[in-house]
Design a protein around this ligand. Structure first.
Ligand code: SAM
Ligand code: SF4
Length: 328
């Protein structure tokens, strides 16, 4: 089995692939209020192009793939992509990040195609507020999707919540309590200064320390050692069915264990979410490049992967592409 390390001794074995920049929601913290100009369809990588990139990456040592967007479930024939990736030698794990609206319809077929797990973004437990934050989403569809995903074996279901002051911070405790009787992994993600540039401010941003303080006021938290924890740190209330995770992209750097590359829907490799460095694979893919040439570009993106980011100290980070464009 091959293994590739970057210049900081980090093993790179994980790729997050955005398969579309489009979305059926307009979450206030993700999409700029003026909207984002969608990519021209011909600039979006085809499934065959994505499959080729995964095949070459797997030869280098990538083992885990996460599909994201935009909203990945709005792209047609997703099962085909998943089963094709699942058939690539070396790929051990395929997961998906979704807003959940279409999960009820697709959970079973995606699981049958080889999908292992899902992360569902849910930022309020109240129907009205959910509709407001997402600009139109129906929370019942999300819950129906989660239940269907559980039935299809896409477990543990991870629920991602981004607490934002004055918007949904009064629900932090309720989300944490969800884990007492249900096996969900509820993960709190710090609001990042990315995407909705008119929305982010120091005042609206809530640090993991503050979120954790609120959660641990409910009951003591015990640290849970997750085997493949990624950027989250996990805890549990005593006797609880589920676990609580904290993801702190802004305050606590998780850069020293970062094992990932990102591929945008238009074929750009981003070695780091917070850096503007991108390596465009599309011109090579579309001009008859050999596998060796594509591999060279993949190696290059690993070579330029920065040691860390400092968004917490930078003044101007709003130039970053929205998450829907990068692939969250
Ligand atoms: N549409 C899918 C979804 O919502 O799960 C996948 C793409 S979405 C861009 C991926 C993740 O990025 C979501 O969990 C969302 O909450 C998160 N996200 C988007 N903008 C963010 C921001 N400014 N700060 C923190 N998380 C953000
Ligand atoms: Fe769409 Fe996900 Fe962004 Fe919400 S967070 S607008 S669902 S891409």
């Amino acid at each position: 089995m091959s293994m590739i390390k970057d210049n900081y001794e980090r093993v790179i074995d994980y790729m997050r692939i955005s398969i579309t920049d489009r979305c059926n929601l307009r979450c206030v913290y993700c999409m700029p209020s003026g909207g984002v100009k969608p990519l021209d369809p011909e600039n979006i990588l085809s499934y065959e192009e994505i499959i080729r990139i995964v095949r070459i990456s797997a030869k280098l040592g990538v083992k885990k793939i996460r599909l994201t967007g935009g909203e990945p479930l709005i792209r047609k024939d997703l099962s085909y992509l998943i089963s094709s990736i699942n058939n690539i030698s070396g790929i051990e794990d395929i997961s998906l990040t979704t807003n959940g609206l279409l999960l009820k319809e697709y959970a079973r077929s995606l699981a049958a195609a080889g999908l292992r797990r899902i992360n569902v973004s849910l930022d309020s437990l109240h129907a009205d507020r959910y509709k407001e934050i997402t600009k139109g989403g129906n929370i019942n569809d999300v819950w129906d999707g989660i239940y269907e995903a559980e039935k299809a074996g896409l477990i543990p279901v991870k629920i991602n919540m981004v607490p934002i002051r004055g918007i949904n911070d009064d629900e932090i405790e309720a989300f944490a309590r969800l884990t007492i009787n249900t096996p969900y992994h509820v993960r709190f993600i710090e609001f990042m200064p990315i995407g909705a540039r008119d929305m982010w401010s120091r005042e609206k941003y809530i640090s993991t320390d503050e979120i954790k303080e609120k959660v641990s006021a409910i009951a003591p938290l015990t640290s849970v050692k997750a085997r493949k924890s990624g950027p989250a740190r996990y805890f549990r209330f005593e006797g609880a069915a589920g676990v609580i995770g904290f993801i702190s992209p802004v305050t606590h750097h998780f850069c020293d264990t970062c094992n990932r590359l990102r591929l945008t829907a238009d074929g750009k490799l981003r070695p780091c979410l917070f850096s503007e460095t991108e390596i465009d694979l599309k011109p090579a893919l579309r001009s008859g490049a050999t596998d060796e040439e594509v591999e060279r570009l993949l190696r290059l993106s690993i070579d330029v992967k920065p040691e860390g980011h400092n968004i917490n100290h930078e003044k101007s980070f709003s130039h970053l592409r929205p998450m829907s464009k990068i692939g969250g």
